[in-house]
Design a protein around this ligand. Structure first.
Ligand SMILES: Cc1cc2nc3c(=O)[nH]c(=O)nc-3n(C[C@H](O)[C@H](O)[C@H](O)COP(=O)(O)OP(=O)(O)OC[C@H]3O[C@@H](n4cnc5c(N)ncnc54)[C@H](O)[C@@H]3O)c2cc1C
Length: 467
């Protein structure tokens, strides 16, 4: 699309009026910084916003929301820019970029953190860990707090402390009419229920207030690796082990290509492998005892032991770098069948891109301790997610990698169910009914009619107020 075509969509005097009181930056196509600001983690996303509003604070967010509404522009919200679907970059619309809003203020006495809507998990982790505190964040520290929390939030502390959103005390939300609304158990509790799992449908969260937990600065973490030809054995162990571990221990199993790192034996480097990655949030000696069965399985490489929590939180960051091409399929599983294990092992064997991964994230624990309707997040009773993430470098390889990912999801369909809002791809806008329980969806639609009847915030897994 030409730049002229984009800019003609905007009312210049309205843009000037917005600019007059704007504290952050307004970027039009062609402006310095525009290309960088529209680029997100997934290089497959190549959308061109008509205007990028890089907000510095709540006043900017209110002004930008009012502008988007009055100009009838689709509005997208960029937190960490990590969604595979690229929903944060409005093509020909208004991109509300919160990446200048990353402040985190921890109150160590009260064990709370006030976190701006554009912060990354690394921002929150660093501030909280200065006081030995933590809250469930994502497995990758360069993910945004905004998208991850509004969709649910799964990470290394999930079995012990629940979802990220389960630890919210309050959220300040700029709604479609440009009002700042506080959502908590005691104020606008319906909205508070909805922002914990309903995605970005109800407005822009300018600050999240989290409850923090006294974790200390060390956990038992790290990973163990086996060659792919031992996958059957490892998965048999994993499914039985996952059923008997304490809630302090959270597990991820991953099919990947063994990295060329010093702890990996030479003959495994660059070959397909299966990994178990752990985090024990509690007493270190008890943690070491809890993970001993993994060590007893004679891994080819094993770096499981006491590590700083901050190292655990960044352990996998380099596996998912910015700027590669990504495509995903994700489902929930109630268990791992023998047939499922066979399908997965064959798919891992067929994985052509060395960066692609298939991961299993294990939950229950504190997630399932809350009632099914406690928040809008709808899959508290699922045991695992299977997150297949194809990752490659060149557009020439798009078809091959997308095909691999889709074939695996299709083959696993008989064994899987549901959908996780946060893991949906750009071509999965039809999965609303898989993402929510029917009662939850009905309640979310009522909420959408209250807070965003014109569907201003529709660039997400959209809850349509009309249907
Ligand atoms: C490699 C990788 C690893 C991941 N690991 C995990 C994981 O361990 N656990 C997990 O739960 N998820 C995980 N995710 C999924 C992740 O939670 C989602 O991609 C999430 O949307 C990322 O948040 P973000 O702010 O970075 O996203 P963005 O792309 O910036 O935003 C995505 C959407 O979130 C909404 N949004 C963002 N910020 C705000 C805000 N402040 N107010 C209102 N709405 C907002 C908007 O609707 C926006 O379209 C992972 C994703 C990837 C790609």
């Amino acid at each position: 699309m030409s730049e002229a075509a984009v800019t003609t969509r905007l009312d210049e005097s309205a843009v000037q009026e917005l600019a007059a009181g704007f504290g952050g930056e307004l970027l039009l196509p062609g402006d310095e910084g525009y290309e960088e600001a529209r680029s997100v983690w997934n290089a497959m996303i190549d959308n061109h916003p008509a205007l990028i509003a890089r907000c510095r604070g709540t006043a900017d967010v209110i002004a930008a929301v009012n502008f988007g509404r009055s100009q009838n522009l689709p509005v997208s919200v960029r937190g960490g820019g990590h969604s595979v679907a690229g929903t944060s970059v409005a093509d020909q619309g208004l991109m509300l970029d919160l990446s200048l809003m990353r402040a985190v203020i921890v109150n160590p006495e009260e064990r709370t953190a006030i976190v701006q809507g554009g912060a990354l998990w690394s921002d929150l982790d660093r501030e909280a860990q200065a006081f030995g505190l933590a809250v469930t964040g994502g497995h990758i520290s360069h993910t945004g707090v905004g998208g991850l929390t509004t969709g649910g939030g799964i990470g290394w502390l999930v079995r012990k402390y629940g979802l990220s959103s389960d630890n919210l005390i309050a959220a300040d939300v700029v709604t479609a009419d440009g009002r700042l609304v506080r959502a908590s158990e005691s104020e606008n509790s319906d909205l508070f229920w909805g922002v914990r799992g309903g995605g970005g449908n109800f407005g822009v969260v300018t600050t999240f207030t989290f409850r923090l937990h006294p974790l200390g600065t060390m956990v038992v973490g790290g990973l163990a690796l086996w060659p792919l030809n031992q996958a059957q054995h490892v998965l048999d162990f994993f499914r039985a082990y996952a059923d008997r571990i304490p809630d302090e221990l959270t597990l991820v199993l991953a099919f990947l290509t063994a990295p060329p790192l010093p702890f990996v034996p030479d003959d495994l480097q660059g070959r397909k492998a299966v990994a178990i990655i752990v985090c024990y949030a509690g007493d270190l000696d008890e943690g070491l005892r809890a993970v001993q069965p993994i060590k007893d399985l004679a891994p080819a490489a094993d770096v499981i032991g006491p590590i700083p929590y901050l190292a655990q939180q960044t352990l996998l960051d380099a596996v998912y770098p910015h700027g590669h091409r990504y495509y995903t399929r994700t489902d929930f599983l109630d268990g791992l069948s023998d047939e499922g294990i066979e399908i997965l092992t064959a798919a891992a064997d067929a994985m052509s891109a060395p960066f692609s991964t298939i991961t299993f994230q294990h939950y229950l624990g504190a997630v399932n301790a809350l009632p099914a309707d406690a928040t809008a997040y709808s899959h508290r009773d699922a045991k695992f997610t299977i997150f297949t993430l194809a990752q490659w470098a060149s557009a020439a390889d798009d078809a091959e990698n997308i095909g691999w990912c889709r074939r695996l999801a299709e083959a696993m369909r008989p064994y899987s169910r549901g959908a996780y809002v946060n893991f949906l791809g750009a071509d999965e806008t039809d999965r609303l009914r898989a993402a929510y329980r029917p009662e939850t969806l009905e309640r979310l639609q009522t909420l959408k009619r209250t807070y965003d009847p014109q569907n201003l915030f529709r660039l997400n897994l959209n809850i349509n107020p009309e249907s």
